[in-house]
Ligand binder design. Structure first.
Ligand code: OTU
Length: 650
């Protein structure tokens, strides 16, 4: 948009830029700056317009964007242009992701390169390498307490190794996803060190207070994220003689985005990694970016403005790079991270679908799809050029983040139901085969989340211990069922590294003094390559899971109806154990796939009569794409096997 005031300011800024910037060929930079500047200016003014140094800060931001553009390699610039042409590229069904730790999966970055064939064998072409930046070894929060945003932990490799990995992935048509921990730094970060040494400039990078007055005011409404290990949201720093805001762990200092210098620094870091070849950046804990006394300091309007600003800035320098919002918040809040009131994604193009994740776990425990259906029906509409990241397990705990009113509609008391789920997944509920542990137990609020590996949570650990073949089958079928749903739901499926071979809980973390109090580590095992070899042994647990997933992944990629273009229709079914939805090919609406999932441990049937008007079961039978077998209706009824999912097509 052309608007006089912002354009006049842009002209002024361009004159003030460092002389060396003017000497470069910046054609595309300037067209993109022109296109985004009205928005950048408006947002920057909303956030920082009151400040006396507003214009200087604007110049500094634009300079940062220009300097990073100058540094951007010819091949990345070429890829930006290609993605500008094919701007929906990430909505395609051909992407399938996996999250892994480079050290736990392959020793280090060089090792990871050598293991790419394993990932490609499974069909993975989007790789989220968990954070591997320099962190204090004793206080790292699994890589999320960063000491140096531009330095790789030497145990894993170097920044050059990351660039090399990115180039190798590109050749293999794979995407690289990297984290940028935007909300906080380690207390050993250079900025924090300087703040501790008394430098006012850097104390203003954080929330620092001489006494408890403001911290106490904040605490009245602030929840605790890690209540058992890091109670409270402020930590006394002896060296600095001040309280500092630490919403997560005590060694993770929250950054103060009321200070524009922080935004500009972080933008510089985002673009640093964009220039190293990351295709997608996962922005950690974005819901927490703006703090306000009296609120929960989550999902504040300014957090959204900041993300819009970051996106607009990224579009100037590296428009081919996408953002993932890691906002594990209430269902109604998550979709806002795509950018509200905008036709195209104006914040993050991709968001973790934490709602679907928690609903799937509900279905596993209850063995029905009541809440799952309600939750999916109420999943907020996403923007057109935006997509979900669908996952069932990740490196974190499972929060039971479904909507309370949906739970009531399903006939549950939300508090009691969450208690049931917690008991179920921690194996306390009678006959529960799940082997998880409670995480973040908060006796004051009664809240708790769940840790554990996928396989152990669905009962594989217990079944293998007792040698119960039927229970082993059920656990494997549950793993396949969950992934079958993820792979066809709409969005990018994100697998977790041990899950394709049925990795169980790992208790080694208990021996590590720095991990022992954080049971999320039981789901962050060293990948067992001997176990992975068993995927070639016919009939083994590993082979059954791996080959099942591999087949579904290949099929997903061949099925255009699985691309994410708001082409999902949920069907009300007469059987509460089932989830039924159709996906239609955006280019050929007659080409429909019916996804039918049975979460119950007994076969279940549904009537096809209501589906016929949608062009389904017209000939009384449809073919399951996964098995090639026909599923035929008898007396208008179709039977789905226990714990199964099928993709039905004409
Ligand atoms: C994220 O987590 C990371 O995934 C965690 O591994 C980190 O510990 C944390 O940030 C701090 O960097 O911020 O918006 O239930 O889901 O902490 C969600 C807790 C987050 C996690 C939550 C999450």
């Amino acid at each position: 948009m052309y608007e006089q005031a912002s354009h006049a300011m842009l002209n002024e800024i361009l004159i003030q830029l460092k002389p060396e910037i003017g000497n470069f060929r910046l054609r595309h930079f300037y067209t993109r700056l022109g296109a985004n500047f009205y928005s950048i200016h408006s947002l920057f003014r909303l956030l920082y317009g009151e400040r006396a140094d507003f214009k200087e800060q604007m110049v500094s931001l634009v300079e940062t964007l220009a300097l990073r553009y100058m540094e951007r390699s010819p091949s990345l610039r070429k890829s930006d242009l290609a993605r500008e042409r094919d701007y929906d590229w990430f909505m395609s069904q051909k992407w399938v992701g996996m999250a892994l730790y480079c050290d736990r999966f392959a020793g280090n970055l060089q090792g990871l390169k050598a293991k790419l064939p394993y990932l490609q064998d499974l069909g993975i072409n989007m790789l989220h390498v968990m954070p591997m930046l320099d962190c204090p070894p004793d206080h790292a929060d699994g890589g999320y307490a960063v000491r140096d945003f531009c330095k790789i932990d030497p145990r894993y490799g170097t920044v050059e190794d990351v660039e090399e990995l990115a180039a190798t992935l590109k050749k293999r048509e794979m995407l690289l996803v990297l984290d940028v921990v935007v909300n906080h730094t380690s207390n050993e970060h250079e900025w924090a060190q300087k703040a501790r040494a008394g430098e006012k400039k850097f104390q203003d990078y954080y929330f620092t207070f001489d006494d408890r007055e403001i911290p106490d005011a904040f605490e009245q409404a602030l929840p605790e994220i890690f209540p058992s290990t890091a109670p409270g949201n402020f930590t006394w720093d002896e060296a600095m003689g001040k309280w500092v805001m630490t919403v997560f762990n005590q060694y993770q200092w929250d950054l103060n985005y009321r200070n524009p210098a922080v935004l500009i620094e972080m933008m510089d870091i985002i673009l640093f990694w964009a220039n190293k070849g990351a295709d997608i950046l996962r922005l950690d804990a974005v819901a927490f970016l703006w703090k306000k006394i009296g609120g929960t300091c989550q999902n504040e309007r300014e957090a959204h403005l900041l993300l819009q600003l970051m996106k607009d800035c990224c579009q100037v320098t590296a428009p081919g790079v996408l953002f993932i919002a890691e906002a594990i918040v209430a269902p109604g809040e998550i979709a806002k991270y795509f950018g509200e009131d905008a036709i195209n994604a104006k914040e993050c193009e991709i968001a973790y679908n934490a709602t679907l994740m928690s609903l799937l776990w509900d279905a596993v425990a209850t063995k029905n799809a009541k809440l799952l259906n309600l939750g999916i029906r109420n999943l907020p509409l996403k923007l057109e050029r935006a997509t979900w990241l669908n996952y069932v397990r990740c490196h974190d705990d499972i929060g039971l983040g479904f909507d309370d009113s949906d739970a009531r509609l399903a006939g549950y008391d939300p508090v009691q139901h969450r208690r049931f789920l917690l008991d179920f997944f921690t194996g306390k509920f009678p006959d529960s085969p799940a082997r998880g542990l409670p995480f973040g137990d908060n006796p004051r609020t009664g809240d708790a989340r769940i840790s554990g590996s996928l396989a152990s949570l669905v009962g594989l650990e217990a079944a293998m211990a007792s040698g119960d073949e039927a229970a082993i089958d059920a656990a494997i079928n549950t793993i396949l069922l969950l992934h079958c749903t993820l792979l066809s739901f709409g969005g990018i499926p994100l697998l977790y590294y041990g899950d394709a071979i049925g990795t169980l809980n790992n208790l080694e973390y208990l021996a590590d003094p720095y991990q022992r109090d954080d049971n999320r580590w039981m789901n962050r095992s060293y990948f067992d390559w001997t176990k992975a070899e068993k995927r070639h042994v016919k009939g083994s647990v590993e082979q059954r899971i791996f080959s099942g997933l591999k087949k579904m992944i290949a099929l997903r990629k061949e099925t255009p109806a699985f691309a994410d273009f708001d082409n999902r229709q949920l069907f009300a079914v007469d059987n509460p154990n089932l989830l039924l939805f159709s996906r239609s090919n955006p280019h050929n609406s007659r080409n429909i796939v019916l996804v039918a999932c049975n979460f119950n441990n007994a076969p279940q049937s549904f009537s096809v009569s209501a589906l016929k008007q949608f062009g389904l079961f017209r000939q009384d039978s449809m073919m399951d794409l996964c098995t090639g077998l026909l599923l035929t209706a008898e007396n208008e009824m179709v039977v789905l096997p226990a714990l199964s999912c099928c993709w039905l097509s004409d």
